[in-house]
Write a protein that binds this ligand. Sequence first.
Ligand code: GRG
Length: 300
Amino acid sequence: MTPSDFEAAFARDRATVDHRLRAIVAARASHHDGMADAIRYALLGGGKRVRPLLCLWTHDVFAGTKASTRDTALDAACALECVHTYSLVHDDLPCMDDDDLRRGQPSVHRKFDQATAVLTGDALLTLAFEILGNLKAPADTALEAVRVLSAAAGTSGLIAGQALDLAHSAGTAGASITLVERIHEHKTARLIAAAMDMGALISGRADADARARVRRAGLLAGSAFQIVDDLLDLEGDAVTLGKTPRKDVEKAKLTFPAVAGAPAAHQAASERIERALGALPEATGTPLAALMGFFAERRS
Ligand code: GRG
């Protein structure tokens, strides 16, 4: 797959995801105009759609783009974006990371107010599971999708990652690469692995061995994604990132480069992507492999 093939696939399927997200939000907009505005602002105002694309493209590796299961994978992809966006909205709150800028625009509590931001996050998390509850899939597949997403979002995933992240800083006792890796796995990698696993699950074509390899590839790619996120905080600029750079340094956050240095972080991210690709030979030459490759090189 050439870089321009990848760019075309990225633009096309990102638009597919955005279109479906828009339809899902529009179907619920009449219930409360103020909340609908804030939900639209948070969910539809940007974002790379990495997790939805991982779900869709893992589905495609096993079932192909023409499979009847693709629309179901698209809905699961939207549920993943709802969980991810909720985590960003809540993370930006003053009681968490206290950030004024997200996806190149004022964060939700700055644009609206804190109560609206809390409710927007709550609404998006709830919406994710409403989407899965209506998944057009056999009941056991839909139930398994709920299990996979809730495990990644709950106290064995995002919540634990965020709590650990808030509780530790660089330079304090116990700061180590092992702890950084634990934080990264919970706050980032488990949701990325869940995205890929949900795509494989919904394809109906991935056996237990394939799903285990998908999850392994997802954890490795997710770890690389977060290491690069740490590096971008150091090396990026606000316009390209769409968020405030050097916040981690300012707040003495426990990051991979803070503990191991930037060169080791770059190397670790590249190695993990190589291992992720090695775990999933089925993906060679597909948009999924290109997307994982992009994780180590991304600038935003
Ligand atoms: C449960 C409140 C709560 C938060 C938990 C840790 C966390 C989730 C959120 C903090 C933000 C953060 C650093 C998350 C780690 C994952 C990550 C690198 C998010 C940024 O993802 P991108 O780059 O963002 O995919 P876009 O805007 O492109 O969707």
